[in-house]
Design a protein around this ligand. Sequence first.
Ligand SMILES: Nc1ncnc2c1ncn2[C@@H]1O[C@H](COP(=O)(O)OP(=O)(O)OP(=O)(O)O)[C@@H](O)[C@H]1O
Length: 252
Amino acid sequence: MSLLETKNLCISFGGLKAVDDVNIELNDRELIGLIGPNGAGKTTLFNLLTGVYKPTSGSVNVNGIDTEKLSTPQIINLGLARTFQNIRLFKNLSVLDNVKLALDSNLKYSVVTATLRLPKYWREEKSADERALDFLKIFDLDKVSDLLAGNLPYGQQRKLEIARALATNPKLLLLDEPAAGMNPQETKELMETIQLIRDKFEIAILLIEHDMDLVMGICERLYVLNFGKIIAQGTPVEIQNNPEVITAYLGE
Ligand SMILES: Nc1ncnc2c1ncn2[C@@H]1O[C@H](COP(=O)(O)OP(=O)(O)OP(=O)(O)O)[C@@H](O)[C@H]1O
C-alpha cells in the first residue's frame, strides 16, 4: 500500500482547472520532487493533499485511507506535515517555543498538572525542551533557541519551519519551496539536511522547489506539473532529457 496516492485528482476555480486529473504515488521513505512553472498548480496540489481544499473530483488516499470526509487536522493526524511558501511561524514566540508547540500534542501531563505546576509538569517540560533542542540542533538553530522567531534571518526561519513540521512526528513531510530566498551556500546545506532527515527519521518527503540543483541533486523521482496536469514523471536524468519538460519549464 502506498503512503500517499491520488487518483484522477481535479480542482477547478471557476473556469480554471488548477489541478487536472493528477495521479501521483509516494511510498515510505521516498524523496520526491514536484516541479513546474509558476501557477502550474503545485501549491494547490499540497492544499488538496492536506484537505485545505476539497477536490472537485478524484481522491486522495493516505496510508490507504480516503481523506474525502476528513478535516485538515484529521489528515495531519494520519502523519502529514507541511511547510508553507510564505513562512508561517509564531513570530512573537521564541524559536524553542515554536518547536515545543509542535511537540505539545505528545506531552503527557494534564491541564491540572500544568496549571498547578506539579512535578510531572516540570519533568515533561524539561523533556520537551530537550526534545525541541534536538530538533533545533539538526538545523543548527539550537544556539538561537531563545530568540524570537520573527527576528531570525529569512533562511533560518525557513529551517525553523521544517524543524517544527518534523517535530510533529510525520510519516510524510510536504515542503513548499524550502530553499526560496536562501543563498547558494544555505541551499547546499539545506539539501544535505533534507537528505539527512529523510534517512534519520525514515520519512517520505514531497518537495516543491524551483532550485533545479536542489531537486535534481536529492530527489529519486520527480513529477512535473504544467497547467494543472502531470506532463512527466521519472528520475532526474529522465526529466532533464524530456523534450516536453524542456519546452514547458527547463528551457525557460
Ligand atoms: N483559491 C483560489 N482561487 C482561485 N484561483 C486559485 C486559487 N488558488 C490557486 N488558484 C490558481 O490556481 C493556479 C495554480 O496556482 P498555484 O499557487 O497552485 O501554482 P504554483 O504551481 O504553486 O505556483 P508558484 O510556483 O508560483 O507557487 C493559479 O492560476 C492560481 O491563480
